[in-house]
Design a protein around this ligand. Structure first.
Ligand SMILES: [Mg+2]
Length: 301
């Protein structure tokens, strides 16, 4: 006899102590409800809300498409403007609250993108992990990096925007925390999604390319040494500066740093953020971190 059936019968037996009228009104126990009562995580019957929004909704598609359209117009205008440009990458040693941006000189233009949930939606892996009841599994993700080609989707608006930028003479570069050991799988995945050719070490930069781990700062610096980076795009703040990932930074301080007056004008104007309600360091915080005491409300009794 399964554990589920055993406990269901036990609950029904307990219900037998009630009057007949109460038994008629007793709620039907679903498998999920029983699993919750015995402390098991129920098998998900629908995707998490973040996945429903991002991958399924019209709103998620529009949010991506409108960011791509704005970015393509911005990058194209930059390419057509012959004025001397400055890097969109923070200069070495500068910070979001005291930024410096180097002059580009005569370097060729580039736009730098994160890959996951910026160029592509990882729908194959996300569905599989969600159906397993897992938020994230490193071993599954590693297999996905190797063999996910054809099962990831170009994000809405990406193919058109990349064409506009490339036609304007701008090199498209990906700087991602996918691992360098799986470089071929990522090149194949981006190509299969219709986003064109990315070559490791030239237009594809990966975690493991240097000794700084998941920080993308050094890779951004390497790219900016070769190119004039006119725009950065990502779904996590680490795609713009690693300072946003400072250990122990509070939800409020992270938001304050990201909207500091010194860099606030960059959002939508050199720095382009894509929505990701599915995963990442943005998804955290208790009630007292998310809401201020002044806005606490409850209905009158
Ligand atoms: Mg990403």
């Amino acid at each position: 006899m399964s554990r589920y059936l055993t406990i269901s019968l036990a609950i029904l037996a307990l219900a037998g102590c009630a009057t007949q009228a109460e038994q008629v009104a007793a709620p039907v126990l679903t498998k999920e409800a029983v699993a919750t009562q015995i402390g098991e995580k129920p098998t998900p019957t629908s995707p998490p809300t973040g996945q429903q929004w991002l991958y399924g909704s019209a709103e998620g598609t529009i949010a991506s498409a409108q960011t791509y359209q704005a970015m393509a117009q911005f990058v194209r205008a930059k390419a057509l403007n012959r004025a001397i440009k400055t890097q969109a990458v923070l200069a070495d040693g500068s910070t979001p609250d005291a930024p410096r941006f180097d002059s580009c000189g005569t370097k060729p233009l580039a736009a730098v993108f994160d890959a996951d949930e910026t160029l592509i939606w990882n729908v194959g892996a996300m569905r599989f992990m969600a159906e397993q009841g897992k938020d994230f599994d490193p071993a599954i993700w590693n297999a996905w990096e190797k063999s996910g080609a054809g099962k990831a989707l170009a994000m809405p608006g990406a193919i058109e925007a990349l064409k506009t930028m490339r036609d304007a003479g701008v090199t498209i570069i990906a700087n991602t925390n996918r691992t360098s050991a799986n470089a071929k799988g990522t090149e194949d995945t981006l190509r299969a999604a219709g986003l064109g050719e990315f070559k490791h070490g030239e237009t594809l930069f990966l975690m493991g390319d240097d000794v700084t781990g998941s920080s993308k700062d050094a890779r951004r610096s390497t790219i900016a040494a070769r190119y004039c980076v006119v725009a950065l795009a990502g779904d996590q703040l680490g795609d713009f500066a690693n300072a946003f990932n400072a250990k122990g930074i509070s939800v409020a301080d992270r938001k304050k740093l990201a909207t500091h007056p010194a860099i606030a004008p960059l959002w939508g104007n050199g720095w382009f953020l894509f929505s990701n309600p599915v995963y990442g360091p943005s998804i955290r915080g208790g009630y007292d971190e998310i809401f201020s005491a002044e806005t606490k409300w409850e209905p009158a009794p």
